[in-house]
Write a protein that binds this ligand. Structure first.
Ligand SMILES: N[C@@H](CCC(=O)N[C@@H](CS)C(=O)NCC(=O)O)C(=O)O
Length: 215
């Protein structure tokens, strides 16, 4: 008989879901993974989390965590071998993540889908997003990670969003004056745990055999 695992509903194209997968990997946990599509959310997910966003983590005791950041913190509280929850930087990490999730994500969506938003040009949306890129660039002066020489929750929470911003137009992104940030992103794109987080899975359907993540 297979033992019960915590179950993660996830969507590869969602930066919130990718940060949750990164949290699971840094915590060296295994979960049952149910990949979804936003157009066809499984009723089992909506039954436990009616707000209908991914990621959602259903713990084996039945309780549900339906915010990406809470999933990461929960996972790292189980095990945090690399010290991502370093107390000395937690306040600063929270501020930075909040700015990412509120301000930067707003401009990222408009930059990415400029054809649906007519208040500004795509270049103007990009420049609005660049205000946050400059903050990150300044933080990376003389250090490898956003808040010091060690990876913290801020890096893994923000990285998937900077990746999406860069991938709207890679040529433009790599021509912008953010050399430290470009190196930081490149480091993350090649990081074994990020590569693992980006593993592709087929959308889950009732009756499928259990998919364990990481594989
Ligand atoms: N605050 C949530 C945001 C999650 C979120 O907005 N996820 C998007 C996908 S990237 C979603 O599921 N949207 C629902 C939809 O588009 O139907 C979190 O951090 O988990």
């Amino acid at each position: 008989m297979t033992s019960p695992l915590h179950r993660l509903y996830s969507f590869r194209r969602c930066p919130y879901a990718m940060r949750a997968r990164l949290g699971i990997l840094f915590a060296e946990l295994s979960v049952e993974l149910r990949e979804i599509t936003l157009k066809n959310k499984p009723e089992q997910m909506l039954a436990i989390s009616p707000k209908g966003t991914v990621p959602v983590l259903q713990l084996s005791d039945g309780s549900v965590i339906e915010e990406s950041l809470e999933i990461i913190v929960w996972a790292l509280k189980q095990k945090d071998p690399q010290g991502l929850l370093d107390k000395s930087v937690l306040l600063q990490a929270n501020d930075l993540i909040e700015r990412n999730d509120n301000e930067f994500k707003y401009w990222l969506d408009r930059y990415k889908y400029a054809d649906r938003h007519f208040e500004m040009t795509q270049a103007e949306f990009r420049q609005k997003g660049e205000v946050f890129l400059q903050v990150l660039e300044d933080l990376l002066t003389n250090r490898t990670y956003l808040l010091g020489s060690n990876v913290t929750i801020a890096d893994i929470s923000i990285m998937p969003f900077v990746r999406q911003f860069a991938h709207v137009d890679r040529d433009i992104f790599y021509s912008l004056p953010y050399p430290k940030l470009q190196l930081w992103l490149q480091h993350w794109l090649e990081h074994p745990l990020f590569v693992q987080a980006m593993t592709k899975f087929q959308p889950w359907q009732e009756g499928d055999s259990r998919v364990v993540f990481p594989c």
